[in-house]
Design a protein around this ligand. Structure first.
Ligand SMILES: [Zn+2]
Length: 357
């Protein structure tokens, strides 16, 4: 089988024409997501559609896919919108600026200057893409980071203690998957984590994945809150969106929703679970609890051959980072009560109800 491209032809589809009416509408709207430039024959200058300059007459306007093409046609780049400078997605720049300056409130006017758009456009663009305003996003992140700080204060010693090791070096020696508890407590420094959020019957679901596999799945009420949970857990990681992870969201939801036909459940692929040897054993035991069933913490400890470790088992369940796929929701109190759930007791009830169908 050979479908090699002919010399000089790239395999990527090249745009061959542009709809000038649609492009003109984007120019009029100063659409910051437009990926072309427009040139004005009366001034000899070309701009990005988002440029704050006065709109030209339609009759004097030409459209080009790239700045190079506009220059080849004899136009000069505008000094306001700098169409030859590499452009990054304005939404990414806005989020990055907010995330880098969490210690202080950031006004809309400041964000507007960064992306050279009006405050109104920033507010509209951000809210359209993120589901919340820039200010609400800031607040969610600040709250998330604060909780993470509290959590990290004791996370390392807890993890080592729960693992039953007498010293830090012992715990690190038993580490199976590269990242030590201490490294993890530094929030995934040096890691690149792709993520994707989607609505579900249990609220917003967000998945995070390293190169090795799924490392985070949490549930939240809003998209911003979901993204804040990831940010809070991995504050030092490089986070980037990836819509292709949508399939992981789906397979996670299938794992609790398609009762009676587990064969149809999509393969979630690899999980990148990081923890002490003990935590990994507990999470593995959780994955063996069939859908539609529950265990108590002491039952789970017994099944693991460690009947005296009920409390440590409970603690390991509480530190699960991959909801649904590592089904910590299937562990309940001895009296049948729901006990705790990292992502909300009401959600735990909903998930268990869905699995009982
Ligand atoms: Zn311009």
């Amino acid at each position: 089988m050979s479908n090699a491209a002919a010399p000089g032809v790239t395999s990527r589809a090249q745009p061959i024409s542009m709809d000038p009416d649609a492009a003109w509408q984007q120019v009029l709207a100063r659409d910051p997501t437009a990926e072309f430039v427009y040139a004005v024959s009366t001034t000899g200058i070309f701009c990005r559609p988002a440029c704050s300059s006065r709109r030209p007459l339609r009759a004097n306007t030409r459209f080009f896919f790239t700045a190079d093409a506009a220059m080849a046609a004899g136009f000069r780049p505008c000094r306001v919108c700098r169409p030859t400078a590499p452009q990054r997605n304005p939404l990414c720049r806005l989020r990055e600026h907010i995330e880098r300056n969490l210690e202080r409130p950031i006004r809309l006017a400041e964000l507007a200057r960064i992306v050279r758009l009006s405050p109104f456009t920033v507010q509209r663009l951000f809210t359209r893409e993120m589901g919340v305003s820039p200010l609400a996003y800031q607040r969610a992140l600040r709250a998330g980071l604060f909780r993470a700080e509290l959590k990290r204060g004791s996370a390392v010693t807890d993890a080592i203690y729960a693992a039953g090791f007498g010293s830090a070096s012992g715990a690190y020696g038993a580490q199976q998957l590269g990242m030590t508890p201490a490294q993890f407590a530094r929030g995934g420094k040096g890691e690149r984590i792709r993520h994707c959020a989607a609505r579900s019957p249990f609220g917003w679901v967000i998945v995070g994945a390293t190169e090795r596999g799924l490392c985070w799945l949490s549930l939240a009420s809003t998209k911003a809150e979901a993204e804040a949970t990831l940010q809070a857990e991995f504050p030092a990681a490089r986070l980037c969106r990836d819509g292709s992870l949508q399939r992981l969201v789906k397979s996670a939801l299938d794992s609790v929703q398609e009762a009676g036909d587990p064969g149809r459940t999509a393969d979630p692929g690899e999980l990148d679970l990081r923890g002490t040897a003990f935590q990994l054993r507990v999470w593995d035991a959780l994955r063996r609890i069939p859908r539609g069933e529950t265990r108590t913490y002491s039952q789970l400890a017994r099944e693991m051959g460690m009947p005296k470790s009920t409390r440590a088992v409970a603690r390991a369940c509480a530190t699960n980072r991959v909801a649904l796929l590592v089904p910590c929701h299937r562990v309940v109190g001895a009296s049948g009560s729901l006990t705790g759930y990292r992502w909300g007791l009401e959600r735990k009830r909903q998930i268990l109800d869905a699995e009982r169908v």
